[in-house]
Write a protein that binds this ligand. Sequence first.
Ligand code: NAP
Length: 295
Amino acid sequence: MTAPLFKNLCIIGPGLIGSSVLRRAMLDRSIATHLTVTDINPDVRTRVRTLAIADTVADTTAEAVANADCVMLCVPVGAIAGVARTVLPHLKPGAILTDVGSVKMSVLAELDAFLPPDIPYIPTHPMAGTEYSGPDAGFPSLFETRWCLVTPRPNTPDATLSKITTLWEKLGARVRVMDATHHDKVCAIVSHLPHLLAFTICNTADTLADETRSEVLDFAASGFRDFTRIAASDPTMWRDIFLHNREALLDMLDRFTNDAQTMATAIRNGDDATIVTTIARGREIRRSLIENQQA
Ligand code: NAP
């Protein structure tokens, strides 16, 4: 039998993503011999003990990471750099530090000055999620066939990249390596802008006159409902993502606003060719997603 990938994998922040990693790793012990977890919130720690999704639930970060050979930060983007700085003095030399945050460049900028040379830090981002959060929201198949974007730094050792790639493959994901700036641009269009639109459209519907607002709820199935699912996502998480990926998100929003104006002009002018071409491109994208098993 081959040795497990890690002797001790430590998860900090066992919410939707962290608890899904733990649940999968509890089922596949080739990932880690020992699973340790901690959270800033004592209620979350108590809940994780009850759920029995880790071998050890530590009360402090120092205790949690002391014996870890890999520490995965699964906290909101705005907390990653601060938690990493708390973790660093307690890590074993050579232990891998990784995170799952939805934005990369701002965290790297905050952390760069503090990373010791003997601690390999490798950011990752699983492109999987739901609108739910907390330790009860996770499930072991969350990452199945989803992409996990890995953004190694120029000095990330090959062995670290290889271990983290294997980890995500064991968790069920497909891995794509890219640089952090590119990651933030791609995520601005595929994830951050759609969330911004969903939150905004729900607010727009909510500020309509009372009579129309109740009809929005009655007839939501005709398109609005899909926006409400996305708009149900956690406010802290999305505040952090918007503020930390500000430039890339605003750039995509500008492009979208221009394209929406083009569509508005086509509708105003009865330009049916532009309208049909725009809709047909949307259909084509949906078809490609289904073929790619990402629908
Ligand atoms: P979540 O369900 O809200 O879980 C986050 C956990 O981290 C919570 O238990 C939270 O405790 C804890 N936490 C917050 N600050 C902390 C700190 N300073 N120290 C220790 N624990 C702390 O969030 P999630 O959806 O799993 O997201 C976690 C990360 O994954 C985020 O960076 C997010 O950008 C990224 N991500 C999310 C998705 C998604 O769809 N949800 C997808 C891909 C990546 P409290 O409950 O007390 O706040």
